[in-house]
Design a protein. Sequence first.
Length: 417
Amino acid sequence: MEPDLTDEATYERVRAEQRLSRRGVFRAAAGAGLGAALAGTGMARAGTGLAAGDGPIVKPLPPELFIAHGTNAETRWEALKGTGQHTPVDRFFVRNHVATPLIDAGTWRLRLWGSGLRGSPGADRPIEFSYEDLLGLRAETITAFIECTGNGRAFYASQQGQQVSGTPWRLGAVGVARWRGVPLSTVLERAGLTRRAVDLLPRGLDPEYVDKGENLGRVRRPLPVAKALKDVLLAYEMNGAPLAPDHGYPVRLVVPSWVGIASIKWLGDIEVSDRPLFSPWNTRYYRLFGPDHPPEGSAPLTRMNVKSAFELPWEARLAVHRTHVLTGRSWSGNGRIRRVEVSVDGGATWRRARTSGPHPARGWVRWEFPWRPKAPGRYELLARAVDETGAGQPATAPYNTLGYLFGAVVRHPVTIT
Ligand SMILES: Nc1nc2c(c(=O)[nH]1)N[C@H]1C(S)=C(S)[C@@H](COP(=O)(O)O)O[C@H]1N2
Ligand SMILES: [Mo]
């Protein structure tokens, strides 16, 4: 039987297998009779006239740095040990709905249009900014995390016995970078933002996304004008270098502290509207669905919640009667982390971890905790944090069918030998 490529989980598994067998995803698609499923995607990579290699992701994904999930790649937490505040690009997670497009910055334009701009320019006569135009505007540099809303999703099943759909990330769908670019507010002002504007709809240039046979069009998610004017960046640099193709080259949005989907990569155009805007990414996805929510779901998700992770392999093995300095990080979409605690006895007792280094409100704090295990066996290591608003990490995360916002304490298994 042919795999049902319209089912996201199947699709991702098939892609992972294709990459493992080192066959090109599009070449394999033709051979496996999947052409029809892919035809509807528009094949924007073909549209760009450039080939981006064999898989949906351009950069190397060595197994010691990444866990493959189809079109996505998860950072291994042990690969963050020894890195600073900013996640090196070679190990920064990638979340692609389809595939990384290769875009020529020389011909690229950012196009703004819609009823929220002076004169209501239509999509056919937008206000345009070239890459050079953006480089010429006053730049700003910020440290901010980007985190997938489904980060931690695997723990709904493994810790809570709940089936949810979507990529089964552990905690590696998050990274912190130093982003440089132009405040979105600067460009909106120049484009003639009016006081009546309420929503923006930034849209990517990657191929159209097909979900269960339905073409949902290019990735786009409405963003309220209030957030856009507050701290959103049109980023063209990541950690001091031009954006890598997988992270949105030539220009992406960085929407600090919010769900990762807001930070649209390969930005092509922005509709600016005097009316509320909708797309599948703020109606059918990125809301909470399930028995505790109305049929249309919760309000669209905005801020990320509090999380903590150890910089240790999953199922790590450590030596008995030695002092191990456990290290990890905690972060929150609400602001600074105020306190971190660790438990090495499955949650019976907790002690403070020692935090160190910079403590940015939109990044993460690094911490350490010395531990000298006295007996061999299996242990669960737990870490939990509280942020400046008093928000912490509960023992269980509220169930939702799409497995978003897993903010509960994660039980990290290790074996002492
Ligand atoms: N155009 C476009 N933008 C996108 C996406 C995408 O598939 N296409 N994925 C979004 C999601 S769901 C996340 S979590 C982040 C991931 O950013 P990264 O791949 O740079 O880590 O990008 C967001 N921006
Ligand atoms: Mo995401």
